[in-house]
Design a binder for this molecule. Structure first.
Ligand SMILES: [Zn+2]
Ligand SMILES: [Zn+2]
Ligand SMILES: [Zn+2]
Length: 277
């Protein structure tokens, strides 16, 4: 299995549009890994996680080939994870020529995101062999493109009906956990009893060196949660640990963030990072 991190920034990205902090200034100056676009990941070139406004940028600069992708799972309805306006471009009148004509791009989203996608499809009369909206619920597994996917509850803005995903295929599993603060009790309870082995765990570390651990985690919460998942027997020495959804306001530079992540046994994701396992 492999995961490609197309976008690793928090909601405003780095540089943040209106910010003159040192992190944003050095991103403008240096480019490269100092730039963080909005959150999106791709699993095995098959399962797209989230649909941010930077999907366009990920096609132009990140090697994303949307033509070959037919499943997008959506963590929650915040605009940096679900930018519905661009879905319009899959309509026949806008994109007359597609690979795999007749096979739609299926979106899987919880209530609020689902409503947004369904409304977009309806209002723009997008053909159902181009895009579909599929309602998913926390703790109700579903299948897409041959993958078993289990949404679990996140600690994040409740009005976005937020979930995290366990994505499994051929005996391998990814736990993709953002946006979230420390895992809610019902998710810990589920994990305790699920009997799964996690080969890669990806955490939200938006708050970095800062103190907050509600709705997004900081380094302390990521480290504690890593230990908890190991103690529950879900992970072992071969498990890969990644942090993403990284913010210019996290209290450190990219180099400081990477150093702290390494100290705690995490890879700090950057736009374009691929991890195979
Ligand atoms: Zn976010
Ligand atoms: Zn800034
Ligand atoms: Zn969010």
């Amino acid at each position: 299995m492999k995961i490609k991190y197309l976008g690793t920034g928090a909601s405003e990205g780095i540089p943040s549009l209106f910010c003159k902090c040192p992190v944003c200034q050095s991103a403008i100056k240096n480019g490269g890994r100092d730039i963080r676009s909005r959150n999106q990941a791709l699993i095995d070139d098959k399962i797209l996680v989230d649909f941010p406004p930077d999907t366009f940028m990920h096609i132009v600069h990140g090697g994303l080939d949307l033509q070959s992708i037919h499943a997008c799972i959506v963590t929650h309805s915040h605009g940096d994870h679900l930018y519905t306006s661009d879905i319009w471009a899959r309509k026949k009148a806008v994109s007359p020529i597609l690979d795999n004509e007749g096979t739609p791009l299926d979106f899987y989203a919880t209530s609020v995101g689902y409503e947004k996608i369904a409304a977009l499809i309806k209002n723009n009369e997008i053909e159902d062999d181009r895009v579909t909206a599929n309602l998913i619920k926390a703790f109700e597994p579903f299948s897409a493109e041959g993958y078993d996917i289990t949404p679990v509850r996140a600690d994040h803005s409740p009005n976005t009906d937020p979930v995290l995903f366990i994505i499994e295929k051929d005996g391998k599993a990814i736990f993709y956990a953002n946006d979230t603060g420390r895992l809610p009790a019902e998710t810990v309870e589920y994990l305790k009893n699920c009997g799964k082995h996690l080969d890669l765990v990806s955490f939200d570390c938006t708050n970095g060196f800062n103190s907050g651990d509600r709705f997004h985690m900081n380094f302390k919460a990521c480290s504690d949660t890593k230990q908890m998942l190991c103690d529950l027997g879900l992970c072992d020495k071969d498990t890969k640990w990644v942090i993403t959804h990284l913010c210019h306001n996290c209290g450190g530079t990219r180099e400081e963030l990477e150093a702290e992540a390494e100290k705690l046994g995490f890879i700090a994701a950057y736009d374009g990072l691929t991890v195979e396992f």
